[in-house]
Design a protein around this ligand. Structure first.
Ligand code: NAI
Length: 337
């Protein structure tokens, strides 16, 4: 998988980038000055499919943009700062990546972030509905399980909701799973692909080892231990950073991989598949992460949950009531009773 992300970067670094007309895109990053936003902006500046990069944040974007603009790739970088420039930053974007919002500190759950981050997502979704209604919107901001419903409800209110175009970015869960499996098998991570379904917090994160490529024959104890590690991997980073935030570099890589997949879909490439948390309907949960076939309008086909083994069925049974609760938090925020 990573070859699809890294290769274009290397090509662009060597001056081979060629990207013209509809084949290349305007990408807006909201939260561009943050821990995720800055490395993600750099990765997007190096992606030859990106012709224009619009950096939006409440602070520091002019400096980040000038810094990035000196990198020897053709992509144009523009800075937008402050709420007054939100609409202009998002205008006519093909892809909007949102990492605006507060991250966790040790002891916090992702849900603790909702009261601040829900307002940020609401403002951005309202602006996107107005000025970039056809954009594909990839939301990194936590709690993903609740803020994707916020974005979708805002879009519904504006009559601009298209369920094919709004994604909760869960790619880091897949990236971590692939890495941990590759370490266990002592193989190159690019050989590994394990789907991760459900949501993006603790027990809602459900890796499907039964569908791992290559096939893995871990013991039950190994599967249990690895599942726990994947579900807690975000907290592992939060604790290691000891108050300095959550995953930023691995997240920027993951978002770059996901955005690259969205662009490959937009360009009409076949068989582009990534997991993400989207409007869906599974076991009573109206949002659920599954593998998605991507195309010219975002989701071409939701490939669904598919066959699960007994262990995975139990994990999904645990995840669903939590997801339903998380989703209700987001829906109620936009539509208070
Ligand atoms: P950060 O605090 O370093 O950066 C956030 C940026 O958002 C800051 O530059 C801030 O000025 C900006 N911001 C705040 N309000 C804004 C607004 N209204 N409009 C535009 N920009 C605004 O945080 P970091 O580490 O970059 O994390 C961002 C979010 O990503 C957090 O909510 C975190 O929990 C989430 N995250 C999600 C992951 C995932 O797998 N989906 C993984 C890691 C983090």
């Amino acid at each position: 998988m990573y070859s699809q992300v890294i290769k274009p970067f290397i090509q662009s670094y060597n001056g081979f980038a060629s990207c013209e007309g509809e084949e290349c895109f305007k990408v807006t990053i909201a939260g561009a000055s943050g821990g995720i936003g800055q490395p993600l902006s750099m990765l997007m500046k190096m992606n030859p499919f990106v012709k224009e990069l619009s950096l939006f944040d409440l602070q520091h974007t002019p400096g980040v943009a000038v810094d990035l603009s000196h990198i020897e790739t053709p992509c144009k970088v523009k800075a937008f700062m402050g709420a007054d420039q939100r609409r202009e930053a998002l205008k006519d974007a093909n892809i909007i990546i949102v990492s605006a919002g507060v991250p966790r500190k040790p002891g916090m759950t992702r849900d603790d972030l909702f009261n601040v981050n829900a307002y940020i997502i609401k403002d951005l979704a309202e602006a996107a509905a107005e000025v970039a209604p056809n954009a594909l919107i990839a939301i990194i901001t936590n709690p993903v399980n609740s803020v994707i419903p916020v974005a979708c409800e805002v879009m519904k209110k504006a009559n601009k909701f298209d369920p094919r175009r709004i994604f909760g970015v869960t790619t880091l869960d897949i990236v971590r799973t692939n890495t941990f499996v590759a370490e266990a098998l002592k193989i190159d991570p690019k050989e590994v692909n394990v789907p991760v379904i459900g949501g993006h917090a603790g027990d809602t994160i459900v890796p499907l080892f039964s569908r791992s490529k290559p096939h893995v024959s871990f013991s039950d104890e190994q599967i249990i231990a690895m599942t726990k590690r994947i579900q807690n991997a975000g907290t592992e980073v939060v604790e290691a950073k000891a108050g300095a935030g959550s995953a930023t570099l691995s997240m920027a890589y993951s978002a770059a991989r996901f955005a690259n997949a969205l662009m490959r879909g937009l360009r009409g490439e076949q068989n582009v598949i990534e997991c993400a948390y989207v409007a869906s309907d599974y076991g009573g949960a109206s949002y659920f992460a599954t593998p998605l076939l991507l195309g010219k309008d975002g989701i071409k086909e939701n490939l669904g949950v598919g066959e699960l083994n007994d262990f995975e069925k139990k994990l999904v049974e645990t995840a669903i009531p939590i997801l339903i609760e998380n989703i209700k938090t987001g829906v109620d925020f936009v539509n208070p009773k």
